[in-house]
Design a binder for this molecule. Sequence first.
Ligand SMILES: [Zn+2]
Length: 518
Amino acid sequence: MLKILQQYYSATEDQRVIDFMDRYFRYQLATLPQKPLGNWTFWAEYRGADNMQIVHWLYNIIGEPYLLELGELIHKQGFDFTNMFMNTNALQRYNSIHCVNLAQGLKEPVVYFQQSGNRDHVAAVKKGLRDISRYHGQAQGMYGGDEGLHGNSPTQGSELCSTVEMMFSLENMLEITGDMSFADHLEKVAFNALPAQVTDDFRYKQYFQQANQVMVTRHHHNFYEDYSHGHTDIVFGTLSGFPCCYSNMHQGWPKFTGSLWYATADNGLAALVYSPSEVTAKVGANATEVTIRETTAYPMEETITFEIDAKRQVEFPLYLRIPAWCNDKFDIKVNGRNAEYSIANNDGVAIIDRKWKKGDTITLTLPMSLRTSRWLEHSVAIERGPLVYALKMNENWTRRELEGDEAEQFGKVFYEVTSDSPWNFGITRPSLDRLEETFIVECDSTRLKNNFFWNLESCPISIKTRMRPVKEWGLYNEMAGPLPNEHTESRLPYQEVTLVPYGCTTLRVTQFPVLRCD
Ligand SMILES: [Zn+2]
């Protein structure tokens, strides 16, 4: 509720929000000592950071010292994520924490860092994120967590609430720390996991998605708590699985859009996450109003253009994030000429500090070369820029209807998605060794003008390659069976296959076994 009121205030500046929050937080400070966060359930202890960040937000507006006292109290009563990440092996175990509590709560140390000033809190979260990826990671930037944390098989479920809450946590931590690894991770989740888990019209969603998802049917899968969900966890529905995601998914894109641009301490502007957008802000020594229009088909293209609009000339620094994946092979031009810039403390941000005038155009090029990431059983995912690529499969959508109690619980309609495409492919080692020669990237440039990329029909980028089928790899519980390991061979003939961005797929294989044979 506090987050909703904060957003409402950001749109309306309705003073009643400030008055209400001031009174509510005084009430919290007075009553929490007797009735702590965990008084009724444990959920509030895991999600205290969301409470704390609104306390900090109000403090930055009204400056009342009691708010910092309340922040301290919420930190003390909340779950200790710093300790969990630094001193326990909880992230190496299954079911040690609820998947959404982890996505939502993992920002707590960084939010609290604003009060503590202790850098250990930031280091704890960075270690936590590394461990989540190592022990539960899937290639789209999320993790196996189908209720409880559930390991790194690419067929474990990843909840839609985890996707949008992970994005919100990364957005907050980026804003607080200026650490660009959070921005890289944010783009990975936003441009891969999020668009894949919701239908194009935003009317249906999956409760859980899988990195290797070859059938979307109502069936028993290897998830926690499956029985109470009527086996509807991965179908596209409204209330299917559990209703939380249907009320939570809407925060994904709006909060992402609100997290593209940042004010800097030296009266400049920072573009830290890229998407078509327009920002108006006061910059420079005299707070001159400037508008910057960002035009791009990123993440589908490598070039991002910014155009300045200002009534008069104004000097201010413009910060541009350089993603880690481009390995410093970027190019910045101002009005068609090589730009002068500095790099901020080696942290992946280029700063162009100069006098700007109306019509100045900055062109940022971030070359996207192919690379791989390694997952369970040394399986391989193909990545390029912020996008992960997955096997393109035919998709047949079938509408199903429910009645009576089931309709009440899971919604009247849901969709299953099946395919007649083969999917059990492995990448051979020689192919991997010559990635740029064996994986051919194709771009349909007319599609770059589309307003919407996230389905097979509109997708502008595809990668053509050859893979060998693995005959032992078949279905299990109406999903891709256990991944063949790194000693697997296949003599079945190569077949031509196409990879497309993960976010454009509904059915897919993303983590491919690597085959020994030539
Ligand atoms: Zn949910």
